[in-house]
Design a protein around this ligand. Sequence first.
Ligand SMILES: *[C@@H]1O[C@H](CO)[C@@H](O)[C@H](O)[C@H]1NC(C)=O
Ligand SMILES: *[C@@H]1O[C@H](CO)[C@@H](O)[C@H](O)[C@H]1NC(C)=O
Ligand SMILES: *[C@@H]1O[C@H](CO)[C@@H](O)[C@H](O)[C@H]1NC(C)=O
Ligand SMILES: *[C@@H]1O[C@H](CO)[C@@H](O)[C@H](O)[C@H]1NC(C)=O
Ligand SMILES: *[C@@H]1O[C@H](CO)[C@@H](O)[C@H](O)[C@H]1NC(C)=O
Ligand SMILES: *[C@@H]1O[C@H](CO)[C@@H](O)[C@H](O)[C@H]1NC(C)=O
Ligand SMILES: [Zn+2]
Length: 937
Amino acid sequence: MATGVYISKFLAIAIVVLTVSSIGGIITMIIVYENERIKTQPTAPPTTNSTTPYPAGPPPNMRLPGNLIPESYDIVLQPHLYIVMNNTTNQSLVFTGNSTVYFRCVENTKTIVLHSKEQNVTAVKVTDLDKEKIIKVDNTILYSNESNFLEIVLDSVLVKDGNYSLFTAFEGELLDDLAGFYMSSYKKGFIATSQMQPTDARKVFPCFDEPAMKATFRVSLIHRPGTTALANGKVIGTTLEVIDGETWEVTRFQTTKKMSTYLLAFTVSDFHSIGSTHERVDIKTYARPEAIKAGQAKYAASITGNILAFYESTFSTDAYFISTLDQIALPDFSAGAMENWGLVTYRETALLYEEGVSSTSNKEWIATVIAHELAHQWFGNLVTMKWWNDLWLNEGFATYISYMGVDHIEPTWNIKDLIVLNDIQTVFQVDSLASSHPLSSKEDDVQTSSDITQLFDSITYSKGAAVLRMLADYLDERVFLNGLRKYLQAFQYSNTVHKDLWEYLQEAVDEDSSHIKVAEVMDTWTKQMGYPVITINTTNGAVSQEHFLQNQTSDYDFEWHVPIRVMKEGEPIKIATLDKKVLMPDFLSEDGKWVLANINCMGYFRVNYDPVNWDRLLSQLEMNIHEIPIINRGQLIDDAFNLARAKHINVTLALRTTKYLWNDTEYIPWESALRNLDYFILMFDRSEVYGPMQAYLRKQVGGLYQHFENFTMFSTVPEQYNQINAISVACSNDIPECQEMARMLFDNWMTNKTSNRIHPNLKATIYCQAIAAGGEKEWEFAWGKFENATTATEKDKLRYALSCTRKIWLLNRYLEYTLNPDKIRKMDAVSTISYIARNVAGQAIAWNFVRANWNYIKGIMSLGNLIDGVTQRFSTDFELEELWQFLTDHDVEELHLAIRALEQATERTEANIKWVKENKQTVLEWFKNESRREQLN
Ligand SMILES: *[C@@H]1O[C@H](CO)[C@@H](O)[C@H](O)[C@H]1NC(C)=O
Ligand SMILES: *[C@@H]1O[C@H](CO)[C@@H](O)[C@H](O)[C@H]1NC(C)=O
Ligand SMILES: *[C@@H]1O[C@H](CO)[C@@H](O)[C@H](O)[C@H]1NC(C)=O
Ligand SMILES: *[C@@H]1O[C@H](CO)[C@@H](O)[C@H](O)[C@H]1NC(C)=O
Ligand SMILES: *[C@@H]1O[C@H](CO)[C@@H](O)[C@H](O)[C@H]1NC(C)=O
Ligand SMILES: *[C@@H]1O[C@H](CO)[C@@H](O)[C@H](O)[C@H]1NC(C)=O
Ligand SMILES: [Zn+2]
């Protein structure tokens, strides 16, 4: 969606931001959802005069009246853009075209209302197909408000059950706005490409631009000779034609299946492609010719056919429904990817993998995005939500199913477990704030493009996936998939609301003679915001639920229908269900044994226990970690820290959940702990708490570091992520062997000059640690490498690592560089300053720098992210006063876009001050005790 940053499609496109804690400590992945803000104020369209015999004028809301149903379109588009320029051509950004839409009338009317936006409609012709005569057009009105309505007022009435056509000719401009039909430039040339979702097909040609207005599309693209045109279907012919004295190539595409307008796609480029193996479907992966030549599309091509075949067998709606599938890597695409039917578009980093340069997590991202977009070919493209309020049916499914797709092709990754970190723990945060919202919105509450755009958020993607995962587990995956096949079969080429899904899943449940009432269960999860904390008293088996909020008590008496997988020490897992507060034998501890609920975090809720049971679980972890499943080891930690934040338990209990980690090498528990401890580091790394905290972390990470040490020294990677955690925690907490190792690997690179043998997975961490431990020489070397690096990922890793130095004067100079676009590109300035502020040595100087250069900065940088970045650590009265001072020193006009961010920063600082006041002494004592114990050992 849109301007600048297109949101969504994938993971609302998750931008993975590397942040460094204190001196380059813990690397956390944060998913940032960037929302487009559409500036236009909605203006109410004139209301219908109820006394006129036929509805006239646009509808009273922002929705199409539904009196005309499109059946098919013929579209001709001609982008005048030159794909390859030479010094005699003048670039042209115009596109022209025409379209005929054939439609049926279901209710008498004298006006045709459809969508058109930011284009000039130059001809309009309406034909009565039954009587074979032209209908006179009295007037055409384009509404400039958010409705984007094009109203065509007719001289005579269109009658119910009549068949008509509307021809329009139009012209528009290919801007670099990433919306509709747009252009993008890169080093070697230009491309024309498109992004329609959610509401920009109307920017390309006048159309009934709502997802339920499905039709077939017959497309022709007229483009410069020698360039490659792609659209949703197979090419059925190309010819050369002379138009206005110039030679053009005309590419005609096979008529599409019945589909929504937001899934159309067109590209014209000089890209090359490679094929994939698949029994029936012709799969091609396109990218810049140099990228194809360098083999960067090979990995994507190698997995696409397999994932497609896997989905075909899983969903068996007579296989994939079209005969071609193209995917293309775009140099300039601010979404992650977009699932256009038969022509999937990606950002380069979501499709191109360079052996030896890209890291394992780059590869995992590529597999995940491809699996997500291919899942949409069924969930979204074949069966589509009726209206955007049910967007989670698209995005929740694609997110959930993508884990199945990736697991199928890369079974060794255990990717299915990672949904707990990537989606569930992440959205738990957002969904525990009072500002959250339910998964399902009311249809009437979603009308304008900005209403729609805002739905592309983590609730829709991650909570959608989490509740589907819970449901699949509750019903049994076999029954769940059976229901899905029925649902896909019943609604193929049409649209659904969420009730349709419940109905078909219910059918599968009934066939299986189960008694679960799907709609009743799921309504509690989709119609209420937030989620419950389940409180279990194992001394009497009492179980209750309550709406979990981070910062306050709930004003609602929400109740959820909660399926709970529960396990007692030494016994198998059972499923219990909870509606109200009850006593349940399944949750009663016998013979002093522990009870563990929410096995593998299958349920979308947190769990709290009576103190005795917490103690028993923690003792179990000390004795034998393998009795507790890996995911639960992570979840116990994440639940405990969040329960403590919300004051359900003491902060010391939360800290105690990390004590057993010295003996655990698994990624999920470690990552869960580090994400939560990150807040402690920010709050305390300038205080006397930090010394004992570091001593504690050294003790905890020692075993983990040794576990990976030999691999690290020889730059190999036995496992995906925890090696990175081991190095960053060990080095940033001053374990000498670690710092020595980082220096040595970096030194080898410096002295060897030519080749860098540090494994791609470890580069960011090793560079950062070496620069933190080193001085000017290391910094200058890295700066030189940064200036000369040719791959974007390598440049990003170095840019981050340069912020890790502890030398104030180097940090100051680095800050100055952010004002010079020849040194740090403008788009990277904010994240560079934020990296520096993350470094405890850079915190104060970054904040001073921002204030001192405010007049320059405010013109060029994204102020919200900048303020957020430089004030993260704020937790003292002095810092709060500085924020207030800053607010009073500048008038509102001048602060402009930063005002909201400054207010949020003030609020966060106040909350931090309170938290530090309440917890500092306790936390200090705890770390002191634990580190004293280290000396005794
Ligand atoms: C509505 O229609 C009636 C009858 O045609 C007419 O008298 C009246 O002026 C119209 N009102 C508006 C607001 O156009
Ligand atoms: C430059 O491009 C134009 C249009 O594509 C072409 O007609 C012309 O021959 C080209 N000139 C050179 C020198 O390549
Ligand atoms: C334009 O093209 C001519 C002939 O190919 C070449 O000699 C000249 O350097 C080019 N000029 C520029 C500015 O690229
Ligand atoms: C649509 O545009 C194409 C290309 O300019 C042209 O050949 C065709 O005749 C136009 N269609 C109509 C119905 O005017
Ligand atoms: C639309 O028409 C106006 C007025 O003729 C013109 O200024 C503008 O450039 C046109 N826009 C496009 C996209 O062709
Ligand atoms: C658990 O139940 C027992 C027995 O009813 C009660 O004495 C105890 O206070 C309860 N514990 C908590 C934490 O509510
Ligand atoms: Zn998606």
